[in-house]
Design a protein around this ligand. Structure first.
Ligand code: C2O
Ligand code: CU
Ligand code: CU
Length: 423
């Protein structure tokens, strides 16, 4: 039965302290005491059952971002775990290999609870991807990247939507960590877990990276790029070949996204050591066949903008009501969504994230997007004043109510969220 063929995990959502600054205990929220939460590695075709116990004084909801799951395991904002209570989440892991992540989704408090630490990486592998012989094992590293503001005592400063003051960037919970790397290929799984900060990642000394995957799994083929733009909740997998750098080189992973609020550029330092080592990993010219999402039979326009009185972030002018069904879709159909950012006057960026499905980004501001951010996607950036067209096939076996929202948590927890019911 399913419980015998499933992996079981226990997760305790609990306040704890993290050692971010030498000699200081920073109060954070954690899964199992870990900041960010532990990386879960799953296998396609083998379900995971996660028992979550909430030891916080506020409600928790765990959402597995990017996953194909039944509504009762999706962590809907109202489907929370009370303080002191436990519940099971069932993850079928029926989708292709991908870098997913889990995070809190409790109504109205998710922005703060995610900011305080409730995130973690969740990796699905499969035999098709293993057969490609990409870098694996210790050469396959998730990097959970987020920003934060700290006070003089090393404590997190929380203020909703205070993007500009979050000037410290953490990678896997550490400030400007160093990774010793061998002279060979590595696969890095980049996750932007920041509440509201777009990232543009590049190497210094400048060197191309090979992007092999997007939000929901492998691209059709690898794409060589000088930089990778990742907005909140987006993921990319890249391969870096460190054999091309001499031993002793410091290769810096930088955030080059410009703006007055840009924090320090250096995110992570790779220290290249030793002589070139044997490396039987490869990046094949073809990664996989991509699904055909079909022809849309329904077209919708979704407007992301401040409400008319400019007091909250809204979708189609309405504040999120977690009990309201905002639209219904039919399972099996393909829809075209034109997602409009109507906040050009304020220069506010937004994004669109749908639970349950992976979609294709067709165009942004009238231009086709690059293949590295076309498919498979569950989150697409929608810059100020621009329109993004996405093609969504509701191809999951599951039906029910799922949220869609801007994935700037500071916006979604301020009402920029809606519910779709899949029938
Ligand atoms: Cu990461 Cu509702 O999403
Ligand atoms: Cu999600
Ligand atoms: Cu937004």
């Amino acid at each position: 039965t399913s419980s015998r063929s499933a992996d079981h995990y226990e997760m305790v959502v609990t306040p704890a302290t993290a050692r971010i600054f030498p000699g200081l205990d920073t109060r954070v929220l954690t899964f199992n005491g870990s900041f960010p939460g532990p990386t879960i590695r799953s296998r396609r075709g083998r379900a995971a059952v996660v028992k979550v116990t909430n030891k916080m004084s506020t409600p928790a909801a765990v959402h597995l971002h990017g996953a194909n799951v039944a509504p009762e395991s999706d962590g809907h904002p109202l489907d929370t775990i009370d303080p002191g209570a436990s519940r099971l989440y069932h993850y079928p892991n029926s989708q292709p290999a991908a870098t997913l992540w889990y995070h809190d989704h409790a109504h109205h408090v998710e922005a703060e609870q995610v900011y305080r630490g409730l995130t973690g990486a969740y990796i699905i592998s499969d035999s098709e991807t293993d057969a490609l012989r990409l870098p694996s094992g210790e050469f396959d590293i998730p990097l959970v990247i987020r920003d934060a503001q700290f006070d003089g005592d090393g404590q997190l400063v929380w203020k909703l939507d205070d993007f500009a003051n979050r000037k410290t960037v953490l990678v896997n919970g550490a400030i400007q960590p160093t990774h010793k790397v061998k002279r060979r290929k590595y696969r890095l799984r980049l996750i932007n877990a920041a509440n509201s900060r777009p990232l543009r990642l590049a190497l210094n000394p400048a060197s191309d990276v090979i992007q092999i995957a997007s939000d929901g799994g492998l691209l059709g083929r690898p794409v060589t790029r000088p930089e990778v733009e990742l907005w909140p909740a987006e993921r990319a997998e890249i391969v870096i070949d460190f054999s091309k750098f001499p031993s002793g080189t410091n290769v810096i992973l930088e955030n080059t996204f410009n703006g007055p609020e840009t924090p320090g550029r250096q995110l992570l330092r790779f220290e290249v050591t030793g002589s070139v080592v044997a490396d039987d990993s490869v990046v094949p010219a073809k990664l996989r066949d991509l699904e055909d999402l079909g022809t849309p039979t329904v077209t919708r326009r979704i407007v992301l903008a401040r409400d008319p009185t400019n007091t909250f972030y809204a979708i189609d002018g309405k504040a999120y009501d977690p009990k309201r069904i905002d639209l219904t879709v039919k399972r099996g159909t393909t829809e075209l969504w034109e997602v409009v950012n109507d906040d050009g006057q304020y220069n506010f960026p937004h994004s669109i994230h749908l639970h349950l499905v992976q979609f294709r980004v067709l165009e942004r501001a009238g231009q086709p997007v690059g293949e590295w951010e076309a498919y498979p996607k569950d989150t697409a950036r929608v810059p100020a004043g621009q329109t993004v067209k996405i093609l969504v096939k509701f191809d999951s076996e599951f039906t029910g109510v799922y949220p869609f929202h801007c994935h700037f948590f500071d916006h979604s927890s301020m009402a920029m969220m809606a519910n779709m019911q899949v029938l």
